[in-house]
Design a protein around this ligand. Structure first.
Ligand code: MN
Length: 729
């Protein structure tokens, strides 16, 4: 019963189908099922499959697969009817009228997907994938019916041309396998993978099949021995478990061969064993027994019970050296986990007869579907969307925790930035560092499964080009690139506009005058641009030479001679240079709309980069910066306030005071001082005081470069055993 689901093609009749539905769902409306069959049979009657069989055998097999996946009656009937609209000119309305909304929606969804023409060009494939995701978000049952449909087509692929075999198999591997995997329907995923291998790499497939069948008898004996041996061990500890073994799926062996670049002869672990028990405690007990009875292979133990995969999969995985020194892989799980592993989201419909659509609504909330929909809006180019989907679907992820205990899945090799962007785009943009399991790490740090990650942000932080190389997830990469493009564009637009304006002024002309005379049209036409904004952008980014523009303007008397050439060159360098300089100004704070203004830090609150701040115009003294929390801010009148922001290019040091309360222990002051110094942070001063109750109070003045360094210092002090509290004074 707990063996693989057998999806093979069957010569099944409607009566047998009805019998199986009834045994799964005793109250099911068998009349409706039979009516659907008769309807489908009637309309498909003139058609034949490539195998020569009557066409109806296909919908019957699709329905049978859906029963094996424990799907609800609407899906099973949807399976019987899935081709009638597409192949038999039956109208959507007729299905709706005869079989109701739920079934009609499934059939309509399947028809829509069938009409998608898959092309070899990645661009259009991506577009199709996008449509599939959209269709699925409406009702995931559509995709499950589609998977059952594809399964039967793959099982009978030997009857079509070689060319079609390869095309269908590749499409299945690219589109349907990742979908089955994400929906957690592992039984379908593995079967489809093996079928793809058979048609895409026949030699490999048949060599593996040969290798497995060659020693078939020997292998079966070995499996039997292993099962008995393991069961015996369990008995010793009074654990009741179902244990069985099987050869692994070919595709997983094939993948291992490719990954590790090993040969057929070197392939060792061909066998997988499953241990199924009643509850989670027993799972870990069994693991303990197995690890103490056989030698486990280091690095192969994975705990998907504590940290389930995103698709809901749970199990303990381990590889041990079994009898005769053969490596065997063992998966340990409960009966419930097993059902989820085999049927994934499909399991949700099992006891929900008639409640399918509410199940679908619930599943709409599946996180990754939501994320895909978000990409759908964000990303214009289909090929990019395809990359995103492929990247994120295939990768073996890691699982990390937020400080509040939520689990996030990230790609292997992901770092704090990936995590920050997974939380929120704005968190990503302003990320300055992270605490992993309470310790400060750099942005280059690689996260591991089980890490707890707290992101530190600073308002003055912005993404830069290096980040693109640091991140591993497509979401983070896309967001950073979008940000950089936007910033680049704005800067170039500004520079270009200023250069054009100033150049025109040199010739006693202006935008307004030339626009009135409609002179820009000629310029735009001959440069193949659409708007004046585009023109300015092109000038700013040096794609178009300003001299060329001046030449093209009829009322500007520009001649390429030394005098005017020099004049324009100087102008260009001045504007571009100024723009560069303003970005790296040696000012800690950028003041909105004001150039070269004197800025000083308020003595009262002593802001450091990262603090939320505001500025005050002080008569004769420029602008004073205060933290938003400062008393002065609350007391002062709004008229004198100006918007200010931290300049991320600025790197001076700021003094900040930290008050530390400790238990009064000998040598405590020097220990704190050493710990701060060890961070490369300079201490400008320290005041110590004894408090009642044997407590000590210290006031440190330290120099930090920004808020994240300040947090680092605080966290280092807080981590000391004797310290009761550490806060900004
Ligand atoms: Mn079909």
């Amino acid at each position: 019963m707990y063996h693989r689901i057998d999806f093979s093609h069957e010569d099944i009749t409607i009566d047998e189908l009805a019998r199986r539905v009834k045994s799964n769902h005793p109250d099911a409306d068998i009349d409706l099922l039979k009516r659907a069959y008769e309807f489908a049979e009637l309309h498909h009657r003139p058609q034949k499959r490539s195998s020569g069989e009557p066409y109806i055998i296909h919908p019957l097999n699709v329905a049978a697969t859906l029963i094996k996946l424990q799907m609800d009656l609407e899906s099973i009937i949807g399976g019987l009817l899935h081709d009638v609209v597409e192949d038999c000119d039956v109208s959507e309305d007729e299905i709706l009228e005869k079989f109701g909304r739920g079934i009609a929606d499934i059939v309509i969804g399947c028809t829509k997907i069938s009409k998608i023409k898959f092309k070899t060009k990645e661009e259009s494939q991506a577009e199709n994938f996008r449509k599939m995701v959209v269709a699925m978000a409406k009702d995931i049952r559509v995709i499950i019916v589609k998977l059952a449909d594809r399964m039967h087509n793959m099982l009978t692929l030997q009857y079509v041309s070689k060319e079609k075999q390869v095309k269908k198999a590749q499409e299945t591997l690219d589109i349907y396998v990742p979908l089955a995997s994400r929906l957690g329907i592992n039984s379908v995923k593995s079967e489809l993978e093996d079928l793809c291998l058979r048609f895409l790499h026949p030699e490999t497939y048949y060599r593996l099949a040969e290798k497995v069948s060659m020693k078939k008898h020997e292998r079966e004996e070995y499996i039997k021995d292993c099962v008995l041996l393991v069961k015996d061990k369990f008995l010793e500890y009074a654990v009741k478990a179902d244990v069985y073994g099987r050869p692994k799926h070919f595709y997983s062996i094939y993948k291992k061969m490719n990954n590790r670049e090993v040969d057929f002869e070197q392939i060792q672990d061909l066998l997988a064993f499953r241990v199924i028990v009643d509850n989670i405690t027993e799972c870990y007990k069994c693991l303990g027994i197995i690890h103490s009875s056989f030698t486990p292979i280091p690095g192969r133990f994975k705990d998907y019970i504590a940290i389930p995969k995103v698709n809901g999969y749970q199990s303990l995985h381990t590889t041990v050296i079994g009898p005769k020194a053969e490596r065997i892989e063992i998966q340990i799980r409960t009966y419930e986990m097993h059902e989820v592993a085999e049927t994934g989201v499909a399991a949700h419909w099992k006891y929900k007869e008639g409640g399918g659509s509410s199940g679908a609504k619930q599943l709409n909330k599946l996180k990754w579907v939501e994320e895909l929909m978000e990409y759908d809006r964000d990303i214009q180019k289909s090929s990019e969307f395809m990359d995103v989907v492929k990247n994120d679907l295939d990768a073996e992820g890691i699982f990390v925790f937020t400080p509040s205990g939520d689990v996030r899945e990230l790609r292997y090799g992901a770092g704090p930035l990936d995590f920050a962007y997974a939380v929120h785009t704005q968190v990503g943009h302003t990320c300055v560092g992270a605490k992993v399991n309470g310790k400060m790490v750099s942005l280059k740090h690689k996260l591991k499964s089980g890490d707890t990650v707290e992101i530190l942000t600073s308002k003055s932080q912005t993404p830069n080009k290096d980040w693109v190389k640091l991140v591993k997830t497509s979401k983070a990469r896309t967001k950073i690139k979008q940000y950089l493009l936007k910033v680049d564009r704005e800067k170039n637009l500004e520079i270009g506009t200023e250069i054009l304006e100033k150049s025109l002024k040199e010739y006693n002309s202006s935008f307004k005058v030339l626009e009135k005379k409609n002179e820009f049209k000629k310029v735009l036409d001959s440069l193949n641009l659409k708007t004046i904004e585009e023109l300015c952008l092109s000038i700013g980014s040096k794609r178009v030479n300003i001299k060329k523009v001046l030449e093209l303007l009829p009322s500007i008397d520009y001649v390429e001679e030394d005098e005017s050439k020099k004049k324009i060159d100087t102008l260009f360098n001045k504007v571009a240079g100024a723009a560069k300089k303003s970005a790296h100004k040696d000012n800690a704070v950028i003041v909105d709309g004001l150039d070269d203004i004197v800025v000083r830090m308020g003595k009262c609150c002593n802001p450091i980069p990262g603090d939320p701040i505001t500025g005050f115009i002080t008569r004769g003294r420029g602008i004073t910066i205060h933290t938003m929390k400062c008393e002065r801010v609350r007391q002062s009148d709004d008229l004198r306030k100006v918007d200010v922001a931290w300049n991320s290019a600025y790197s001076f040091r700021h003094a900040v005071a930290i008050r530390v309360i400790t238990h009064d222990r000998p040598g405590i002051l020097s220990r704190i001082t050493n710990n701060i110094n060890a961070q490369g942070v300079n201490i400008k001063g320290a005041i110590a005081k004894s408090l009642p109750d044997l407590k000590g109070s210290f006031l440190f003045e330290v120099e930090v470069k920004d808020y994240s360094e300040f947090l680092k210092v605080i966290s280092i002090i807080e981590a000391m055993e004797e310290v009761i509290s550490a806060n900004r004074a």
